[in-house]
Write a new protein. Structure first.
Length: 575
């Protein structure tokens, strides 16, 4: 009988271990296949894909990755993802990512990356670990989707939310609030808006803000406002509006655009604060400032007038006094010259008779006759008296001109001869008209028309003639190139009620800028110390205010100047 040796070995545990390992490997394989299937799906969806090894070194990138990062594959493979690190995320952010991936788990986040050209982009990132047989990560597949546009919209939305928070604050402060759509149509108004505009909500909603347009602001004002808010920017300004009852009110206005996801304004929230009281106070202050400025100018003009009147009054008194003191002895001399001349003629007649009847006088008389040259005396003495008479006449004329110019006896309104005033002024200025080293005599041309007596303040009018003639003489002295310096004085009847006096020179003239200022107080184009800037200003006041006339100047550089005075023949009395 053959013996059979049976060796039985219990392999249950080994079998179980094998089965367990096989099952684990199958599970891992299925998991890896699923992950690879997910990756393939992502690739099919044209996502942004990169594969790194378990050290984080990039091994593969697809075209979408290169497109968004602006790097070529050879610039990325062999590098880590630090090449696109934007610096936006914290160190803890990446520590948490690697801890998750190191445990073989999928990691998902939104990541801000840096492109090669320095711009930033956002990607929704899923990183899938590819595990080995032991369940350890051997590769990481990063699948990204571009969410840059969405993130930008979120940023814009946050900005809009902040603006809405500001609006809420404004509402809490009981400001005047209105909301319009992007076409400017009112969609909402609060109670304060209705209160200040005096409209009911139903009268405003569906309308534009033209319903409260005051017409105060220009078209450019509103164009600038709409240009600003249509670009999504806040606009601020002070606006004058019209209430329903026709009254005006001012509001300090802030218009805040509410933006949509594309950053375009979809609504405008107007926040207003009533500043009517402040603007009214500013207007009153401005008006008072203008009134004070006008009062100051009038005070300055009055002060100048008083100063000049006092000066002219003092000068008139002096001139009149001098004229009076000179006039008495001149009249005495002038009156006696006639008698002295007659006496002299009688003596000469007797001397001639003596010579006729006694042709041979005594030797002593003969010697004295030759010594004093009696023949020359008899011949020259009439000429001497004629010269003395002319001089006395000249002095008398000057005294008459001084008295006419001073017009102390005519300080009140009365009828006067304009030509007498002009002639007396020219007589006084004769020393300025004569030749000097650098110029010849100034030629004065009188073109007088037949004028009636004019009701005027003669002394003040003569003062105007003096100021304008002096101005003309100064202009002629500046124009050294002029061969024949000339002043032309013309008078004419402008109409049955007015006379016109023109004083024209061929001096240096003046620019339009200077011409517009010559009647301003204290303005002068003359060198320092030569002019006070008061003469023409006072002349303007005398002609326009005292004589109800006009004074204008026509001039251009190199063309001389013409001063034209127009005054009425009879002044209108104030009641």
């Amino acid at each position: 009988m053959t013996s059979v040796l049976s060796i039985v070995e219990d392999i249950t545990n080994r079998k179980n271990t094998y089965i367990t390992a096989q099952q684990q490997a199958e599970t891992n394989l299925k998991k890896s296949l699923k992950e690879l299937a997910d990756i393939k799906f992502a690739l099919d969806q044209s996502s942004i894909v990169a594969v790194t090894n378990n050290q984080g070194i990039i091994e593969y990138v697809n075209d979408k990755f290169c497109q968004i990062s602006q790097y070529q594959p050879e610039e990325l493979i062999g590098k880590t993802h630090r090449i696109i690190n934007s610096g936006y995320h914290s160190q803890e952010f990446f520590q948490e990512m690697w801890l998750t991936l190191g445990q073989g788990k999928v990691w998902k986040r939104e990541v801000k990356n840096l492109a090669k050209d320095g711009t930033y982009y956002w990607v929704d990132t899923t990183i899938v670990p590819v595990l080995d047989e032991q369940g350890k990560p051997q590769q990481y597949v990063a699948i990204r989707n571009d969410i840059t546009a969405r993130k930008q919209a979120e940023i814009t939305l946050k900005k809009s939310l902040k603006e809405l928070a500001d609006i809420k604050f404004a509402l809490d402060q009981s400001s005047i609030v209105a909301v319009t759509n992007n076409q400017g149509i009112i969609e909402y108004v609060n109670d304060k808006f209705c209160q200040i505009s005096q409209y009911q909500p139903e009268e405003l909603i569906g309308k534009t803000h033209r319903i409260i347009n005051s017409g105060y602001h220009s078209q450019e004002f509103f164009q600038e406002m709409w240009f600003t808010i249509s670009q999504g920017r806040v606009w601020k300004g002070e606006v004058k509006n019209l209430a329903k009852d026709g009254t005006y009110y001012w509001v300090d206005t802030t218009i805040v655009p509410v933006l949509d996801e594309q950053g375009k304004p979809q609504q405008y929230v107007a926040i207003r604060n009533d500043i009517t009281a402040r603007k009214q106070a500013e207007a009153e202050l401005s008006q008072k400032a203008k009134e004070l400025e006008q009062a100051l100018q009038e005070l300055q003009h009055t002060q100048l007038q008083l100063i000049q009147t006092e000066k002219m009054s003092s000068l008139g008194q002096l001139v009149a006094g001098v004229a009076h003191e000179i006039n008495n002895p001149v009249n005495f001399i002038f009156g006696n010259l006639k008698h002295a001349y007659q006496y002299t003629q009688n003596i000469i007649k007797i001397l001639k008779l003596y010579k006729y009847h006694y042709p041979k006088p005594d030797l002593e008389i003969q010697a004295e006759t030759e010594n004093c040259d009696l023949e020359f005396i008899i011949e020259d003495l009439p000429k001497l008296y004629s010269s003395m008479t002319f001089g006395a006449t000249r002095i008398s004329d000057i005294v008459t001109s001084l008295r006419t110019f001073s017009r102390l006896d005519e300080s009140d309104l009365k009828a006067a001869d304009i030509h007498d005033g002009l002639d007396s002024t020219l007589m006084i200025l004769e020393h300025r008209l004569t030749s000097k080293i650098n110029r010849p005599n100034i030629l004065v041309i009188k073109e007088y028309s037949n004028l009636p007596l004019v009701e005027c303040y003669a002394g003040q009018l003569n003062q105007v003639f003096m100021n304008i003639l002096l101005n003309a003489i100064d202009a002629l002295e500046e124009n050294v190139q002029q061969l024949t310096p000339t002043i032309c004085i013309r008078t004419a009847m402008l109409n049955p009620k007015q006379v016109k006096i023109s004083i024209i020179d061929n001096g240096v003239g003046m620019s339009d800028e200077v011409r517009q200022k010559i009647f301003d107080p204290f303005f002068t184009s003359k060198p320092v110390g030569k002019g006070t800037g008061m003469g023409l200003s006072i002349s303007y006041q005398i002609i326009t205010n005292r004589h109800q006339g006009s004074l204008e100047c026509i001039s251009s550089p190199g063309k001389g100047a013409e001063f034209i005075m127009t005054i009425p023949i009879h002044l209108v009395r104030e009641n």
